[in-house]
Write a protein that binds this ligand. Structure first.
Ligand SMILES: NC(=O)c1ccc[n+]([C@@H]2O[C@H](COP(=O)([O-])OP(=O)(O)OC[C@H]3O[C@@H](n4cnc5c(N)ncnc54)[C@H](O)[C@@H]3O)[C@@H](O)[C@H]2O)c1
Length: 449
């Protein structure tokens, strides 16, 4: 049997949407036959991925509420259909009864997958954005969403499958999501909805149920915190509900929990794990900026100053117009970059503006100035454009799997390697490559945390 992991979500925004869709997307892709031993079918797989890319750039079909031109459907009869649109010749049918076979997979298979992935080729071709498709015996489809909480009228009371596409969410859609049977429950609002969000959403007038009881009843093992930036009180509220319910915690946002001794001890004292804080996207502004600073330092360039500007058009960016909610976000992003240099660099890093028509696209500009050989000036300007929510979804799938492995091993308290690899403000800051090495050593059981 596969190792299932039961996950609850606080905050059903764009990130939750990308995470839920992402787990299904890879499962269906896997069972469509594109994922096999890597010996055949790989051309089809690449063809499919290229087609998706073409769809991304060429049309506005990808905006919320519309389907990607090439989509994965699973019919009631149990046949997975990877069907291209009318313009495409690509069509692959696969029997999802493979699920039965999949369930017979063992951890040994996982190790074989992992070993095959030592050069990175397995995950890049078969599951871009994940360290590997099968991590320590856990595949993306082994993540089961068992509870969800939000506070806005458009989402509370809806099935999770519906709520992830409800306004004001505006990320792209990569696959259909069948009803989950999970109703989004009303959470405690507290400071979750700031003065800007308040103008855009209507808070549900339902009374919040006892969150810790719902967590217990759902059998959740992990709660993911996806609240808006600046939700300090609300985050602490959900942390306390987890401690009460015996649920481990993954903190995707810049409120300091996994990196704060008080909360680390609280989780350890309840024999629970915590990982965080503030998810670091797969190829986002932070990992790029960190890596560039490390490169400059390693190559002997003295960095004089650097800035990182970010704009986007989703509710995350709208909320972050409120500078008062940004303190922790700036600390988180700045500390990740600053840690890569052995000297202090003047830097300004953070969210910069809201540009509504960008939807969930995020654009980042990084500028670095310094001196190299002979004290001669050097300047670098880079622009990065991504769909923000999907940039963190794969990292969260890895964080969930790493945390589940810790839970199963009885490792409690802060998960240092999982946090250093997946988050911007971890208990222990590391370079990207060190963090990945430590993360894989942890998965393999070579280090405790
Ligand atoms: N790549 C990324 O997208 C990325 C990277 C790093 C960090 N993050 C952080 O992850 C978080 C989620 O991002 P997002 O894009 O999904 O944001 P979002 O604004 O789309 O979603 C936040 C959700 O939380 C809900 N909410 C507000 N108060 C609540 C409460 N008290 N209880 C329950 N739900 C509540 C909102 O209604 C909304 O649905 C943000 O803090 C963001 O900064 C995202």
């Amino acid at each position: 049997m596969h190792n299932k992991v039961r996950v609850a979500i606080a905050g059903v925004g764009n990130c939750a949407s990308a995470l839920v869709q992402g787990t299904l997307y890879y499962d269906r892709l896997h069972h469509s036959g594109f994922h096999n031993d890597g010996t055949s079918g790989s051309n089809d797989r690449l063809h499919y991925n290229r087609h998706v890319e073409k769809g991304r750039q060429g049309t506005s079909d990808l905006k919320r509420g519309n389907e990607i031109s090439n989509k994965v459907r699973v019919s009631r009869s149990g046949n997975a259909d990877l069907a291209a649109d009318a313009n495409s010749s690509a069509k692959v049918n696969a029997n999802v009864n493979a699920t039965t076979d999949k369930d017979k997979d063992t951890v040994t298979d996982a190790h074989r997958d992992r070993d095959r992935d030592r050069d990175g080729s397995n995950s890049i071709l078969e599951a871009p954005g994940l360290v590997t498709y099968n991590l320590g015996g856990i595949e993306p489809s082994d993540i089961e969403f068992v509870a969800a909480f939000d506070v806005v009228e458009s989402k509370v009371g809806k099935d999770l499958a519906e709520a992830i596409f409800a306004s004001p969410n505006n990320t792209i859609k990569i696959c259909d999501v069948d009803k989950t049977g999970i109703k989004v429950e009303k959470g405690e609002v507290l400071d979750g909805v700031g003065k800007h969000l308040n103008q855009r959403v209507k808070i549900s007038d339902k009374s919040p149920p006892k969150i810790s009881q719902i967590l217990k009843d759902s059998g959740a093992e992990i709660l993911i915190n996806y609240l808006p930036v600046g939700s300090r009180q609300a985050t602490k509220y959900y942390v306390e509900q987890c401690l009460d319910a015996g649920v481990s915690f993954i903190n995707a946002i810049p409120v300091f929990i996994a990196s704060t001794p008080k909360w680390q001890q609280a989780f350890a004292g309840r024999n629970l794990a915590c990982a965080g804080d503030d998810v670091m996207s797969q190829l986002g502004a932070t990992v790029l900026h960190k890596t560039l600073v490390k490169l400059f330092v390693d190559r002997g360039v003295k960095i004089d100053e650097t800035y990182q500007l970010n704009v986007g058009g989703d509710m995350d960016f709208y909320n972050m117009l409120d500078e008062e909610r940004l303190e922790d976000k700036r600390i988180s992003k700045t500390s990740a970059v600053a840690a890569m240099a052995p000297y202090e660099i003047p830097m300004r890093i953070g969210p910069s503006d809201f540009v509504g028509f960008l939807d969930n696209d995020k654009i980042c500009y990084i500028n670095m100035r310094g001196k190299y050989f002979g004290n001669v000036p050097i300047e670098l300007d880079i622009k990065l454009k991504v769909v923000d929510a999907y940039n963190s979804a794969g990292v969260m799938i890895d964080a969930i799997r790493g945390t589940k492995i810790a839970i199963d091993r009885g490792t409690n308290g802060p998960l240092e390697s999982v946090s250093a690899y997946c988050f911007k403000h971890p208990p222990v800051q590391m370079s990207y490559s060190d963090a990945k090495t430590r993360f894989m050593e942890f998965i393999e059981g070579k280090i405790e945390r």
